[in-house]
Design a binder for this molecule. Structure first.
Ligand SMILES: NC(=O)c1ccc[n+]([C@@H]2O[C@H](COP(=O)([O-])OP(=O)(O)OC[C@H]3O[C@@H](n4cnc5c(N)ncnc54)[C@H](OP(=O)(O)O)[C@@H]3O)[C@@H](O)[C@H]2O)c1
Length: 284
């Protein structure tokens, strides 16, 4: 594989994927809105004919979990029609397509991390749109990798970790929910793992995140502590911050069998969080 097309290339994961792929000597076509709207079948077809990629990595997504409740068509356009268009064209060209999904396809009622064999049952319309995208890719592209991620954070865009730093600025204490548990996933760790998987030929469904899981409260407390901010992080119930979309209470991902294919799990979430804080200059 020499020529890689990355869609959603200016998102937080897209930026790290492009950086890592370029560092590995790949010729990267890095596209995002407005130059490529993956929801447009004509645009996707024209783009693939022009760039002739040998693999496609789709980092584009509509990730506004709450807005998706009222903007379902927009969510479906990016998260279901987009991957469908990429799958059809990947199949036409006979090249592999890697598509990314989410832990929010699960309802969060599990008592152990979700495996790739557990049945999805999204609570909200964002998760529903992402599940539809998974199904389109699986049905339409033979050479597909569908990789579910959770709580993605990286230097390139806004995310929960950056929000925590913003909330903590100038405050003695902040409140963070302790009844949502999942796995933080650092884009600098995800990107090399995804590129390795893309070159493996081991097509299929996977889960990927940093090792371990935690509540949003535990993650926020670690962020605040590691950044050296003297701020108290108070645990509260999600009922304290009502949102239009329900979130799964427990959506940690079991990363079997990807750990084995990669030969290692990703580093623990605490270590990833500390490297992220260093990357953005919030920790020395
Ligand atoms: N963020 C999370 O916590 C999280 C958790 C689990 C899974 N994931 C999944 O992980 C993947 C990467 O997420 P991320 O956090 O890196 O996303 P991100 O930062 O939101 O980046 C997504 C990019 O896709 C672009 N985009 C949106 N609609 C598009 C369209 N129709 N055509 C082309 N590009 C479009 C966005 O542009 P605009 O900014 O202009 O809209 C943005 O640049 C996604 O599949 C996401 O669903 C994310």
């Amino acid at each position: 594989m020499r020529r890689l097309l990355v869609t959603g290339a200016r998102g937080q994961l897209g930026q790290d994927v492009c950086r890592q792929a370029t560092a590995r000597g790949l010729e990267v076509s890095a596209l995002d809105l407005p130059e490529l709207d993956i929801a447009s079948q004509e645009a996707v077809r024209a783009c693939l004919q022009a760039t002739r990629p040998e693999a496609i990595l789709n980092c584009a997504a509509y990730n506004a979990v709450d807005r998706a409740e009222t903007e379902f068509h927009q969510a479906l356009a990016a998260n279901a029609l987009g991957p469908r268009n990429l799958a059809v064209e990947a199949e036409r060209l006979g090249v592999p397509l890697m598509h990314l999904s989410t832990d929010y396809v699960f309802d969060g009622r599990a008592t152990r991390p979700y495996t790739i064999a557990d049945p999805p049952n999204p609570l909200g319309r964002y998760g529903l749109s992402k599940l539809r995208g998974e199904l389109e890719v699986q049905a339409l592209a033979r050479r597909h990798y569908v990789v579910r991620l959770s709580w993605v954070f990286g230097a390139g865009n806004d995310n929960f970790a950056r929000k925590v730093l913003g909330w903590a600025r100038g405050r003695a204490s902040i409140q963070v929910v302790d009844d949502q548990v999942a796995c933080p996933a650092y884009t600098a760790d995800l990107a090399p793992a995804l590129l390795e998987l893309l070159g493996s030929g081991a097509f299929g469904l996977y889960h990927l995140a940093n090792q371990g899981h935690c509540s949003r409260h535990a993650w926020a407390a670690h962020i605040v502590g590691a950044a050296g901010l003297g701020v108290e992080v108070v645990p509260v119930s999600s009922r304290a911050f009502p949102t239009p979309a329900a979130r799964p209470a427990f959506s940690a991902l079991d990363t079997f069998p990807l750990d084995g294919i990669l030969g290692r799990p990703l580093p623990p979430w605490q270590d990833a969080t500390e490297r992220f804080l260093r990357e953005i200059g919030a920790r020395t």
